[in-house]
Design a binder for this molecule. Structure first.
Ligand code: PLP
Length: 405
């Protein structure tokens, strides 16, 4: 055979999009999609946030609108507003110009660009991730430059909470300069976040051992309903004078999934390093995709820099989070009413979009194959996929599958 492609290997289908395909092909009337991490309304519909739509329409109608290239590092108004959303307007590092903000192709793009920079210019080879974490973390981190990926313990399966002693012990064994990937709020997939006290302990070890924290902020607002509170941990690290990189996504909290709007924040100890760092990001982006798309960076900037718009956005996030909380509460209640063997309070305690049910893979498999309920094999469900029409069926199905053991 002469084809240049003859030795290319086919990889197995990838993660959650494969699950979505299976769901779409499923003809069963009872099917429920609790797989992909996207918000759904009570009517099981995708949600366009009203204020996002309003800002987008205003921009389209602006007679001065054009589609000229953005600068390589993106729309400065956007990166400024996005950075302030994470670090707070009164952040000392911002005032001292110790921040580089880089517009990215959403959160995934921020992770990718960050890892290229970290491995090429900070010469770091090893990264620790929570066990478990978002599946794409290990793929991006490996593809973009880390030689060694390690897990730090996170989820305590029997207690259904975070195993802080083991987490700290693992960090205590990391080598100087190792990168520690952290999710500050609404942890994917467990829905469990460290408390403020625990974050202080984590920061302490990172400082003492001279490790390098790398934050992934994909769900700001979804943990507590308040974006400021959700980034407490990041702000704490920055106040402590710790250098860090922060990947930020607007996919979930503005419903801008396919518009790919993100930001990467580099926090420096000294403003004198700004120019060198910015110049290296310029070449990384220039040689990847030249410059980022503009339109929704303008939407985000318009939303965040106008008091009324921002207020409306905060209100909407509050409503979305309330709906998720209500679904958590209802599912817990129903499982308790059914006297399903096991404990279920963790579903209500967890935060963000996801619940880590604590079901073993064979039970998840049964839910999928026999009950047409699509969830990850790890036992992660997207709570947004629940509504008052399907929650009885989901609870009853979980009950049946658990009892079959
Ligand atoms: N980080 C985590 C933990 C996520 O769950 C996701 C999306 O699911 C992302 C980053 C990146 O999302 P996006 O590339 O759409 O911003």
């Amino acid at each position: 055979e002469k084809s240049a492609f003859k030795n290319i290997k086919t990889l197995p289908p990838m993660g959650v999009s494969h699950l979505t395909n299976l769901f779409q092909e499923d003809k069963n009337d009872n099917k429920v999609n609790l797989g992909v991490g996207v918000y759904r309304t009570e009517e099981n519909q995708p949600y366009m946030l009203p204020v996002v739509k309003k800002c987008a329409l205003e921009l389209v109608e602006n007679p001065d609108l054009n589609f000229e290239y953005l600068p390589v590092l993106g729309n400065p108004e956007f990166t400024k507003a996005a950075t302030e959303l994470i670090l707070g307007k009164d952040c000392k590092a911002i005032k001292e110009k110790r921040i580089v903000g880089v517009q990215t192709i959403s959160g995934s793009g921020a992770l990718r660009i960050a890892v290229e920079f970290i491995s090429q210019h900070l010469k770091k080879r090893t990264c620790y991730m929570s066990n478990p974490t978002w599946k794409n973390h290990s793929l991006i981190l490996k593809q973009a430059g880390f030689k060694t990926l390690k897990g730090y313990p996170y989820w305590n399966a029997s207690k259904r909470n975070i195993d802080i002693p083991k987490l700290l012990a693992a960090l205590n064994e990391a080598k100087q300069g190792d990168v520690i990937l952290l999710q500050p709020s609404a942890h994917n997939p467990t829905g469990m976040d460290p408390t403020k006290r625990q974050w202080k302990q984590i920061a302490q070890v990172i400082k003492e051992r001279n490790l390098f924290p790398f934050f992934d902020v994909a769900y700001q607002g979804f943990a507590t309903g308040d974006p400021d509170r959700d980034t407490w941990a990041v702000r704490y690290f920055v106040k402590e004078g710790i250098e860090t990189l922060i990947a930020q996504s607007f996919s979930k909290n503005m419903g801008l999934y396919n518009e790919r709007v993100g930001n990467l924040i580099v926090v420096l100890k000294d403003a004198k390093h700004f120019e060198a760092v910015a110049s290296q990001f310029t070449i990384i982006i220039r040689t990847n995709y030249s410059n980022p798309p503009a339109f929704c960076s303008r939407v985000v900037a318009k939303l965040l820099t106008d008091e009324h718009n921002k207020k409306e956005w905060l209100k909407t996030i509050g409503e979305m989070v309330d709906r998720i909380k209500k679904m958590r509460k209802t599912l817990t209640k129903k499982l308790k009413e059914l006297e399903t063997p096991g404990t279920w309070d963790h579903i209500e305690k967890q935060r963000g979009m996801f619940s880590f049910l604590g079901l073993p893979p064979n039970q998840c498999d049964k839910l999928l194959k026999e009950k047409h309920i699509y969830l990850l094999n790890s036992g992660r469900i997207n709570v947004c996929g629940l509504n008052l029409n399907n929650i009885d069926y989901v609870a009853k199905s979980i009950d049946e599958v658990v009892r079959q053991e």
